[in-house]
Design a protein around this ligand. Sequence first.
Ligand code: B16
Ligand code: MG
Length: 216
Amino acid sequence: MKKGFVFDLDGVITDTANLHYIAWKDLAEILGIEIDLDFNEQLKGVDRMTSLEKILTYGGKEKDFSVAQKETLAEEKNKHYVELLQDLTPKNLLPGFKEFLDAARARQVPCVVASASKNAPFILQKLEVFDEFTAIVDPASLTKGKPDPEIFIRAAQSIDITPEEAVGFEDAQAGIEGIKACGMFAVGVETTQPLEQADLRVKQLNELSVDELLQK
Ligand code: B16
Ligand code: MG
């Protein structure tokens, strides 16, 4: 019997991958690196500094910048990204998410956000769903990013349940691995690539019945 739901943000609640892509692509161009949408798949679910390092390595420039310079570059990307976020509205919720969240809330299932994004609280406010969550894990407080299970373990702790008592929802392979590594039930939200190891795979969350999931 499951007692709580743990949601990734980008790719599960809303699709901010495209906005991350615009901001990273512009920064990469200034650095003389060209990235495309295929490469962008590798940045999904990956934290900000690791994303920058992947881009620099892709462009053969991984040794060209000091730690301080990389911090500045990551800040510049984030500034642009936050500008792009200003236009988000509830219309940017992914199809089926709000129906599923409402059904979960109607059954008093606690819902937590486990996102690598430090902008998650702001994004949830723009989407007008911030108050629907019992907790949001602060990614700045984590020692390891996905695929490490730390963020999912912390999410379960935040609602006083064990990882085995939770269902995790993820769109990235690294996220599914983190969910499975702590014994949580994994729902894969598939858009482009198939997600290995997921216990269930869907295109939209409203394909799922809250009652059936709670029985898993
Ligand atoms: P920020 P998720 C992730 O969100 C994104 O998929 C990833 O592309 C991004 O780099 C990461 O958040 C950090 O975001 O720069 O806003 O802190 O899928 O874990 O919800
Ligand atoms: Mg994601």
